[in-house]
Design a protein around this ligand. Structure first.
Ligand code: SF4
Length: 129
């Protein structure tokens, strides 16, 4: 999975909030870039807040800062393409067989976090940034 690797962006208001209220998160911001090594400022390949549990073959993943995660994460995944590209473990064979239906289901699941893909206010897929 590629939850970090320089692909995430935070707004200045998010960074300001973390600086004021969540210094544990702000520690991973370097010159406005997320997520970076607190000691060196170097960009991290993997999000430091991604929590992994379970056993091999049945791992479960969770966000350690779910309530305060950046908007980029709230909007993700925008498209089934994003999920395929990122080797998302949530993608199923039936999604690949009926791409349009899978996208509709994804849009419905993320209703409230972002507009549906293809709407006038549609968010860009991560690869479009
Ligand atoms: S949702 Fe949470 S764990 Fe995933 S990339 Fe965003 S901050 Fe990291």
């Amino acid at each position: 999975m590629k939850y970090a690797d320089g692909g995430l962006v935070a707004t200045s208001s998010e960074v300001d909030y973390w600086q004021d209220q969540r210094p544990d998160i702000y520690a991973y911001v370097h010159q406005g870039v997320i997520w970076c090594d607190p000691d060196t400022g170097a960009p991290l390949d993997v999000c430091p807040f991604l929590q992994k549990s379970g056993q091999e073959g049945a791992y479960r993943y969770a966000c350690g800062i779910y309530a305060d995660r950046p908007q980029d994460c709230r909007s993700y995944p925008v498209s089934i393409d994003d999920m395929i590209r990122d080797d998302c473990e949530m993608i199923e064979v039936k999604d690949l067989r009926d791409y349009a239906k899978a996208q509709q289901t994804l849009d419905r699941l993320l209703d409230g976090s972002r507009p549906p893909l293809g709407s006038n206010t549609r968010p860009k897929a991560l690869w479009q940034k």
